[in-house]
Design a protein around this ligand. Structure first.
Ligand code: GCO
Length: 260
C-alpha cells in the first residue's frame, strides 16, 4: 500500500516553489522521496528556500527562470534534463492583482494572464514533450476557488484560473494516451503571504472567509501536501483531468448568515 504513494527516485519541478503553497507541496513530495527541482525568479529567495529544504534533509536544487519567457524555460528544462527526467511538474507560480475591473489597466490584466495561464502552458509544453517521449509523467496545475467563482477585484485572476482549469482538462485529453496524468488542485483560502492583506484580524474579509468556510478556518499550507503527493504518485495513475478542491468545504455550500 505504501508503494502507491512512494516518490523515491522521482524528480519533481515545482514552479514558484520558493515559498507559500508551492513550498508546502514541495516539502510533501520531498518527504515522499522525490528529488526537488525548485524554480524561482529571485536569486535571494531561491537561495533561502534551498537552505530551508536542505535543513529538513530534503534533496533540493534551484533553477532561476521566468515561466512566461519561453526561451528561458526551454534552456532551464534542457539543463535540468541533462541530469535526469522531470517526472512530476507542479505549475504553481502565480500572481494576483486586486483592482476593480473598471480601473484595471490592460497591461495589469495581461500580466496576470501571462503568469497564471500562459506560464503553465509554456512550462507544460516543454516538459510534456519529454514526458511524451518517455510515456510517463504527472502534471499538477494549481487552480483556485476563482476557477469556479467570481469575486470583486480579481477579474484577471479569475479569468486565468478558470482558464487553467480548462487547460488542465485539455492537457489531460491530449496526453492521457501517453500515460501522462494531468490534474489540478484548487486550494480554498489559505494562510499565505498572498492572502495576508485580506487576512487581518477584524478585517471584514477575514470574518467573511471564516464564516463562508464550513471548516471555519483558513487553510494551512500543509493541508495541500497529501493531495499533491497523491496526484504525483502511482496512486493516481488512472485519474485524469480532475480538479481536486481543498477548500474546507467552500464549494459545497451556499454559505450561511453571519449570525449562525
Ligand atoms: C482573493 C484570494 C484568492 C486566493 C485563492 C482562492 O483575493 O480572493 O487571494 O484569490 O488566493 O486563490 O482560492
Amino acid at each position: 500500500m505504501k508503494n502507491l504513494f512512494d516518490l523515491s527516485g522521482k524528480r519533481a519541478l515545482i514552479t514558484g516553489g520558493t515559498h507559500g503553497l508551492g513550498m508546502a507541496m514541495a516539502k510533501g513530495l520531498g518527504n515522499a522521496g522525490a528529488e526537488l527541482l525548485i524554480n524561482g525568479h529571485s536569486p535571494a529567495k531561491l537561495e533561502a528556500a534551498l537552505e530551508e529544504y536542505r535543513s529538513l534533509g530534503l534533496n533540493a536544487n534551484g533553477f532561476l527562470f521566468d515561466v512566461t519567457k519561453e526561451d528561458q524555460v526551454k534552456t532551464a528544462i534542457a539543463e535540468i534534463e541533462k541530469d535526469g527526467p522531470i517526472d512530476i511538474l507542479i505549475n504553481n507560480a502565480g500572481i494576483i492583482k486586486r483592482i476593480p475591473m473598471e480601473d484595471m489597466e490592460v497591461a495589469d490584466f495581461r500580466e496576470v494572464i501571462d503568469v497564471d495561464l500562459v506560464g503553465p502552458f509554456i512550462v507544460s509544453k516543454h516538459v510534456g514533450k519529454k514526458m511524451i517521449q518517455r510515456k510517463s509523467g504527472k502534471i499538477i496545475n494549481i487552480c483556485s476557488m476563482m476557477s469556479e467563482l467570481g469575486r470583486n477585484t480579481v477579474s484577471a485572476y479569475a479569468a486565468a484560473k478558470g482558464g487553467l482549469k480548462m487547460l488542465t482538462r485539455n492537457m489531460a485529453t491530449e496526453w492521457a494516451k501517453h500515460n501522462i496524468q494531468v490534474n489540478g488542485i484548487g486550494p480554498g483560502y489559505f494562510a499565505t503571504e498572498q492572502t495576508k492583506p485580506i487576512r487581518i484580524d477584524g478585517h471584514p474579509f477575514n470574518e467573511f472567509i471564516l464564516n463562508r468556510t464550513p471548516s471555519g478556518r483558513w487553510g494551512d499550507p500543509k493541508d495541500l501536501m497529501g493531495v499533491a503527493v497523491f496526484l504525483s504518485s502511482p496512486a493516481s495513475d488512472f485519474v485524469n483531468g480532475q480538479i481536486i478542491y481543498v477548500d474546507g468545504g467552500i464549494l459545497a455550500t451556499i454559505g450561511k448568515p453571519s449570525n449562525e
